[in-house]
Design a protein around this ligand. Structure first.
Ligand SMILES: N=CN[C@@H](CCC(=O)O)C(=O)O
Ligand SMILES: [Zn+2]
Length: 413
C-alpha cells in the first residue's frame, strides 16, 4: 500500500536526523533534495532520496511530480478558529478610525464574540468551525492548535473545547486544544476580575481536566486584560492539572509576560509585536518557542515582531496565523510566510523553517510533523510547477499549492 512520488523537482525541509527546532543562524538553513523521490506508506514517510536511488518496487500508486515541489504541510500553532459569526462591523469601525482597544473598551472585541458564542448551539458552532478547518487544510495546514476563550463562562468554554475535540476526532489533521478562559474579563465580572479568576480556577479548570478537553493553558497577559500576577496564577493552576503553559504576550504593551511565561516553562510565548531588549534576553537559552503572528499585525496595523533582532540574537521563531474573528480573520499560512519575508525581513528559508519545524515544536508535535523525516506523518504540500521554493513566498496573496496530503491521503481541494 505504498505511494511513490517521483521526479520531485525539489523536496524541501528534509531532516534525516530529527531535530526539535532551529534557532538563530540555523534558521537560514533549509535542507532540500533536488530531483527527488518520496515513498509514503500507512500515512507515514517511509523513504526519500535522489531519483538516482529511487526504488524499483511495485507501488500501489505512483505520482509523477515533474516540475513540482513537495514540502511538509504548514504547522499553525496559534489559532482561535472555533467562534460564532464574525466581527465585520468592528472592521468597518476601525476603518473609520476606532482602534482595537477603543472597540474593546466599548464592549466590543472579545466580549462581542463571547456573547455570540454563548447564544450559539454546540452543533451550530461545530458547523461554522469545521468550514474554517476545511478551508485551512486546503491552504496547506497539516497541524493546528485551537484555543477556547470566546466562551467566558464554564458552560461556554466547555462547549468550545468539545467542538475542538469533535474536530480532532473527525478530521485527519493533528489538532491540539488550549484552554484560554483568561482571554478577557466577562461583562458580568467587570470590576471584579478576581472573582472571574476564581471561577476559572475552581470551576472551569477542574471540569475541563475531568473531560480531558485541553493539552495547553493560555492567558491574554496584557494591559487592560490580565496582569503578570494573574497570568502566573492561571499558568500555575493549569499545571496542577497537567496543562502545559502558553501565553499571549507583548501584543500592545511589554509588561513582563515573557518573563512569566519563561519562568513557568511555557512551550510558547505568542504575539511579540512589542519587544524590549530584556524580553529578547529572557528568551535566550530556554525551551520556550517565540511565536509571531504577522497577519494580526497586518490586519490591525500594529508593529510586526522584530524577527531580525530576535533571530540575529540566536533565538528560534515560529510563525502562525492567529486566525480569529477580531484581530486576524484569516487562516492562510501562505500569506503568513510571505508577510514574514516582506515585512519582517525573514528569508524564505527562515520563514519556511518557522512555519513548519518550529511551528510543530510550538504544538509539541515535533516528533510527528514539520519536516520530511522517516516515520513522520505524510502531511505534504505538492506545489504547482514552480522554478524555486522562494516563489511560494514571493507570490504573496496567492498560493502555489496543487494538492495537499494528510497522513498520505490526498485531500480534494
Ligand atoms: N489578543 C488576544 N486574542 C486574540 C484576538 C481576540 C479577538 O479580538 O477576538 C489574538 O490573539 O489576537
Ligand atoms: Zn491569539
Amino acid at each position: 500500500m505504498a505511494t511513490l512520488f517521483k521526479n520531485i523537482k525539489e523536496l524541501i525541509q528534509v531532516r534525516t536526523e530529527p531535530i526539535p527546532f532551529v534557532a538563530g543562524k540555523a534558521m537560514s538553513e533549509l535542507p532540500t533534495i533536488k530531483n527527488a523521490f518520496l515513498v509514503v506508506e500507512n500515512g507515514l514517510i517511509l523513504d526519500f532520496g535522489t531519483m538516482a536511488s529511487c526504488p524499483k518496487a511495485a507501488f500501489s500508486e505512483v505520482i509523477d511530480a515533474t516540475g513540482k515541489m513537495i514540502l511538509p504541510s504548514w504547522c499553525d500553532s496559534h489559532t482561535h478558529i472555533v467562534y460564532a459569526g464574525n466581527r465585520e462591523g468592528e472592521f468597518v469601525d476601525r476603518i473609520k478610525g476606532l482602534s482595537y482597544e477603543d472597540i474593546a473598551a466599548n464592549g466590543g472585541g472579545i466580549l462581542n464574540s463571547a456573547k455570540k458564542l454563548q447564544d450559539t448551539s454546540e452543533e451550530e458552532l461545530y458547523q461554522q468551525s469545521k468550514e474554517r478547518l476545511e478551508d485551512v487544510i486546503k491552504l496547506g495546514t497539516g497541524a493546528i492548535e485551537i484555543k477556547s476563550g470566546y466562551g467566558l463562562t464554564t458552560e461556554a468554554e466547555l462547549k468550545m473545547l468539545r467542538v475542538i475535540k469533535r474536530l480532532k476526532e473527525n478530521y485527519p489533521i493533528e489538532v491540539k486544544a488550549t484552554f484560554l478562559g483568561a482571554h478577557a474579563v466577562p461583562t458580568e465580572y467587570k470590576g471584579n476580575k478576581d472573582a472571574y479568576l476564581k471561577l476559572l480556577v475552581e470551576d472551569t479548570l477542574p471540569k475541563i481536566a475531568k473531560e480531558n478537553l485541553a493539552e495547553y493553558i493560555d492567558v491574554f497577559c496584557e494591559t487592560g486584560y490580565f496582569s503578570v500576577a494573574d497570568a502566573e496564577l492561571i499558568l500555575k493552576e493549569g499545571k496542577k492539572y497537567g496543562l502545559i503553559p502558553k501565553i499571549h504576550v507583548n501584543q500592545f504593551t511589554a509588561i513582563g509576560g515573557i518573563q512569566a511565561g519563561v519562568n513557568h516553562n511555557a512551550l510558547s510565548v505568542d504575539h511579540l509585536e512589542v519587544m524590549r531588549d530584556e524580553d529578547i534576553e529572557a528568551l535566550k537559552s530556554t525551551d520556550t518557542m517565540p511565536v509571531s503572528l504577522p497577519s494580526c499585525s497586518y490586519f490591525l496595523s500594529i508593529p510586526y515582531t522584530p524577527a531580525r533582532n530576535m533571530i540575529d540574537a540566536g533565538l528560534p521563531l515560529a510563525l502562525a496565523t492567529d486566525y480569529n474573528p477580531g484581530s486576524t480573520p484569516s487562516g492562510n499560512m501562505n500569506f503568513v510566510v510571505a508577510t514574514a519575508c516582506i515585512k519582517m525581513k525573514m528569508t524564505p528559508e527562515e520563514a519556511i523553517n518557522a512555519a513548519t519545524l518550529n511551528g510543530a515544536y510550538a504544538m509539541g508535535l515535533e516528533g510527528k510533523v514539520g519536516s520530511i523525516t522517516k516515520g513522520k506523518q505524510a502531511n505534504l504540500i505538492l506545489t504547482k510547477p514552480i522554478n524555486s521554493y522562494g516563489f511560494i513566498l514571493y507570490s504573496f496573496g496567492a498560493n502555489q499549492i496543487e494538492k495537499v496530503y494528510l497522513k498520505g491521503k490526498e485531500i480534494s481541494i
